[in-house]
Design a protein around this ligand. Structure first.
Ligand code: C5P
Length: 239
């Protein structure tokens, strides 16, 4: 594998943003909740668009909110980056499939990024894109886990304690060559909680790269407090 000068704008990013976010408590769909005066989705798309590799972003919006989301994102992307918005589905997988269907065929590198990871560093986007560009079929950013993880049964008893040093927490954006993601979504495998999981089900070897603390998934109310701190830090760094 040789280091190559990154091509600008050769990556399309699919952004599933149609989840209700019930674990966050009552309110608007998660991606449309505001933090520091902007929706989480807006924060996410701004950061994706700052990555020079990204030429196109396709968002899967909550059902019935397509026009509203389009209006929110209209002014958020720099010239040279296109944004499309489609209606998401009842599951994350359906939402990703809807966005994939709207991504121009000219893009050979496809990233999938959860809107809930609103503070994704553009550098992480670049590193995932670069690994796919250099020949990896599927790429996932990961972090070491700090908790000991238990496998449990339906009665609430522990059945196994996997060796922690072998475990990693998977983040997004996850990157794929277009035909790999196409094949993973075409196969009628079990549902998976991430796209790399679908690729694994069809036998693809998924390559891991270091993730980023800032790419945390905003899921529960306490995560919002962390996100606010990250936002203050971002603003301070820009100022
Ligand atoms: O539920 P979870 O936190 O795993 O959702 C991850 C991402 O998938 C979120 O950005 C959410 O908006 C999105 N999603 C979606 N359509 C659904 C469910 C979740 O786009 N039906």
């Amino acid at each position: 594998m040789t280091a190559q000068h990154p091509l600008r704008g050769d990556v399309a990013v699919l952004v599933p943003a149609a989840g209700l976010g019930t674990r966050l408590g009552p309110g608007a769909p998660k991606a449309l909740r505001e933090l520091g005066g902007a929706a989480l989705l807006v924060h996410a798309v701004r950061r994706l668009a700052q990555a020079p590799s990204v030429g196109c972003v396709v968002v899967a919006a909550p059902p019935g909110r397509v026009d509203e989301v389009r209006a929110l994102l209209d002014r958020e992307v720099p010239p040279g980056v296109t944004v499309d918005v489609v209606e998401g589905g009842a599951t994350r997988r359906e939402s990703v499939a809807a966005a994939f269907g709207a991504a121009p065929l000219s893009y050979e590198i496809i990233l999938v990024h959860d809107a809930a990871r609103a503070f994704v560093p553009p550098d992480l986007v670049e590193r995932v894109a670069a690994a796919v560009r250099e020949g990896r079929a599927a790429v996932v950013p990961v972090l070491a886990v700090v908790d000991t993880i238990k496998r449990i049964d339906e009665s609430g008893h522990v059945v196994a304690t996997p060796e922690r040093s072998e475990l990693r927490a998977a983040q997004t954006p996850q990157g794929f060559r277009r035909e790999i993601l196409e094949a993973a979504y075409r196969a009628a495998g079990d549902d998976a909680t991430d796209d790399a999981g679908l690729a694994e089900q069809i036998g693809v070897r998924v390559f891991c790269i270091p993730g980023a603390d800032r790419a945390l998934k905003i899921t529960r109310a306490a995560d919002l407090a962390v996100a606010e701190a990250l936002l203050r830090d971002d603003v301070a760094n820009l100022g």
